[in-house]
Design a protein around this ligand. Structure first.
Ligand code: LMR
Length: 402
């Protein structure tokens, strides 16, 4: 009965991890998946997470009961404060509803399903940046929300195509949904400046566009949790109704624990209550209740001032190592005289760099040098170390010259 099921291609990002693991070459490098590695190229359990883990494991009162449908209350409220700011007008005015999700992916999914049911008869398209995270399109397709693209990355300047982005916002149907990366844009590492965000907000407000924020890298872009949440907080201040998908995979190193949160901000407490009730119905039918462990870890850390401080130090360890890798890679390429300008490596921010390498160059890097990266030329800076950056720079130099 299933002989005609079409064979699907492997996932663009996780397939790279599998190929990398299967490769026996000793100098292989994985720059595919966006997951932090230490300077030995190893996964890093944040020391503060280890501490919270020890505390949880020795707590005799913990059990394995179900969490409420909307998740662990201490987690969701701390998550809202983290992204919106403790003094957020939306929190004070009781206009936020938060629900724990299966990391950022689950939050995106929940947002897409909710909008397909309750936003303008599910007729609105969701505009995604060109390019965007490889999974966005499929998530919206699963929820039956049509997607379109808005210009974002300018391949000539290797920076933001603000004019193209604003043009899409001016010409789309009024009320369209725009998915915005809150900070550390994936895959380009190019973010709007605060002045540019103001221009974006002005057009979105005038054209009644709905902001769908994806925030997977708070703490990774500017090194400051506040600055990385600036765009979101600015939109809230301007009075937008909006939603936020929040992942704790990267900033807590909790990739496999699937700790995330979804926040919806409406214009009145009554509207947000209605929205929250429907989110709970969707959640119940899909996952019943979210997984407890990762949320407990995050909650413990966010709600304890000393652990919170330690977490910000751990975050800064990760962010500074990535910045160091940017500057080492840049100087290696400059020293080799690799044709082209490589300043974008140091100008881009967050976990990724969009190198500008093309499909053929990427293919050669994978096949000839055992360096794994996505075909769009994105590299996860966290996969570079002081030990392998020279090897990588030489490999890039070779493919660029060929
Ligand atoms: C990535 O973009 O590499 C990460 O967000 C991992 C993923 O789920 O794709």
């Amino acid at each position: 009965a299933f002989a005609d099921v079409p064979l699907a291609p492997p996932d663009a990002i996780f397939h790279l991890t599998a190929s990398y693991k299967a490769d026996t070459f000793k100098d292989k490098i994985n720059l595919g998946v966006g997951a932090y590695r230490d300077d030995d190229g190893k996964p890093w359990v944040l020391p503060v997470v280890k501490k919270a883990d020890d505390l949880l494991r020795s707590d005799p009162t913990l059990d394995h009961e179900y969490l409420p449908i909307a998740g662990l209350p201490a987690f969701t409220s701390a998550a809202a404060k983290l992204v919106l700011g403790a003094d957020s007008p939306a929190i004070k005015e009781d206009r936020v509803t938060s629900i724990q999700t299966i990391s950022g992916t689950g939050a995106n999914h929940l947002g897409a399903v909710f909008l397909s049911r309750f936003y303008r008869n599910g007729k609105m398209k969701c505009y995604l940046s060109n390019p965007t995270w490889a999974n966005h399109k499929a998530i919206f397709a699963n929820a039956g929300v049509e997607t379109a693209e808005y210009a974002y990355f300018d391949p000539h300047s290797l920076g933001l195509d603000l004019a193209g982005m604003l043009r899409a916002m001016e010409t789309c149907e009024e009320g369209s949904i725009f998915l915005l990366h809150a900070c550390a844009h994936n895959p380009t590492g190019v973010d709007p400046t605060q002045e540019q965000w103001k221009m974006i907000a002005e057009v979105m407000e005038r054209r009644r566009l709905f902001p769908f924020f994806d925030c997977a890298y708070q703490g990774f872009a500017s090194g400051s949790l506040e600055k990385d949440a600036w765009a979101i907080r600015y939109f809230v201040q301007r009075g937008f109704e909006m939603l936020i998908c929040q992942s704790f995979a990267k900033n807590f190193g909790l990739y496999g624990e699937r700790a995330g949160c979804f926040h919806f901000i409406a214009s009145t407490p009554d509207a947000v209550k209605r929205v929250g009730s429907q989110l709970a119905i969707i959640q119940r039918s899909e996952i019943s209740n979210p997984p407890a462990y990762g949320a407990r870890l995050v909650s413990l850390i966010l709600n304890s001032p000393p652990l919170f401080t330690e977490w910000t130090q751990n975050l800064s360890t990760m962010a500074s190592r990535i910045i160091l890798m940017r500057s080492l890679l840049h100087s290696e390429l400059v020293a080799l005289g690799t044709p082209g300008s490589w300043d974008h490596i140091v100008d881009q921010i967050g976990m990724f760099s969009y190198t500008g390498l093309g499909g053929e160059e990427v293919r050669k890097l994978v096949e000839e040098s055992h360096v794994y990266l996505t075909s769009n030329g994105r590299i996860s800076m966290a996969g570079l170390t002081r030990g392998n950056v020279k090897y990588f720079a030489r490999a890039v130099d070779r493919v660029v010259r060929e």
